[in-house]
Design a protein around this ligand. Structure first.
Ligand code: PAF
Length: 295
């Protein structure tokens, strides 16, 4: 496994499979790597804690950094190259570009509470794509909004990179794996499993037949309250373009329906945990015409 600290060392690895990470690797990252390895191309993983996607007062300084352990894990997975750049390699002194995807995708959900976060993500991902020049890149559904935003950037800029989504990896009790789970104490860790229980209860309601979006969201909130969890946001949106599903819309379970994203962010101690579930439903929107028909 080659460790590349400078961009020019990446040339032999162009055109391969790319897994961008911020390190502190766990089974969720390794699932991305294993999915990439299935393509049998050259696999490159980057480890870079990107300062531009952290806002003031966020956890950039405290974000877990475990370079030696990460390298051991990647060696075991038989990754071909690890890109471990210094900040100056990613952002040279005269770097002057920001890549910004429309606010309709980046100003909602996490973007509403982390202003500028997705500009930092798209800028670093675009820069890393330019340095690594991959054929395919792998992103987890755990960060669904990031995946949707990066996909849109690649499409709009015709970057010619295939974005491969990979399912969220969970602990036995359902908690989605995240480097930030390391911030939780034992009591918080126990309560954190309530996030998956709550989202599953919401999805379960939708999958059972027909329900109002507002009732589904209420059910999720009730479950969160049982574990004394109060979400920063809890929303139902389309996967296609993150359009919000109004609470008075009726959802009818349908395998060929619209793919929906039930997403939440829950502050818990020093951590801010995000998670989501997807399901398909036909959406019956209550438009003025619809109201008229019912009179
Ligand atoms: O998901 C992450 O770890 C980061 O947001 C990414 C994609 C590596 C960009 O810094």
């Amino acid at each position: 496994m080659r460790i590349c600290r400078r961009a020019e060392e990446l040339t032999p690895f162009f055109g391969g499979e790319f897994v961008p990470t911020m390190g502190a690797l766990h089974e969720g990252h390794l699932a991305l790597v294993r999915r990439a390895k299935r393509e049998r191309g050259i696999t490159v993983v980057s480890i870079f804690v990107n300062p531009t996607q952290f806002g003031p007062g966020e956890d950039f300084e405290d974000y877990p950094r475990r370079e030696e352990q990460d390298l051991r894990l990647l060696e075991k997975e038989e990754v071909d190259a690890v890109f471990l750049p210094r900040k100056e390699e990613v952002y040279p002194e005269d770097f002057a570009t920001t890549v910004r995807v429309d606010r309709r995708l980046t100003g909602v959900l996490c973007g509403k509470y982390r202003p500028g976060h997705f500009d930092g993500v798209t800028t670093v991902v675009a820069r890393l794509f330019g340095l690594v020049k991959p054929k395919r890149a792998y992103f987890g559904w755990k960060d669904a909004q990031q995946l949707i935003v990066v996909k849109k950037m690649v499409e709009d800029l015709a970057l010619g990179i295939e974005i491969v989504p990979v399912e969220t990896v969970r602990e036995a009790d359902g908690l989605a794996l995240s480097s930030r789970n390391a911030y939780l104490d034992a009591e918080q860790r126990r309560r954190a499993a309530g996030i998956f229980r709550a989202l599953s209860a919401g999805r379960g309601l939708a999958e059972r037949g027909s329900c109002r979006a507002g009732d589904l969201l209420r059910r999720v909130r009730e479950f969160l309250e049982r574990d004394d969890l109060s979400p920063q946001y809890l929303e139902l949106r389309t996967v296609k373009n993150l359009e919000e599903i109004r609470s008075d819309s009726v959802l009818e379970a349908a395998p060929d329906g619209e793919e929906l994203l039930l997403a939440t962010a829950v502050p818990l101690g020093k951590a801010r945990l995000i998670d989501n579930l997807r399901f398909r439903a036909k959406i019956i929107r209550r438009t003025p015409a619809f109201e008229g028909e019912r009179k």
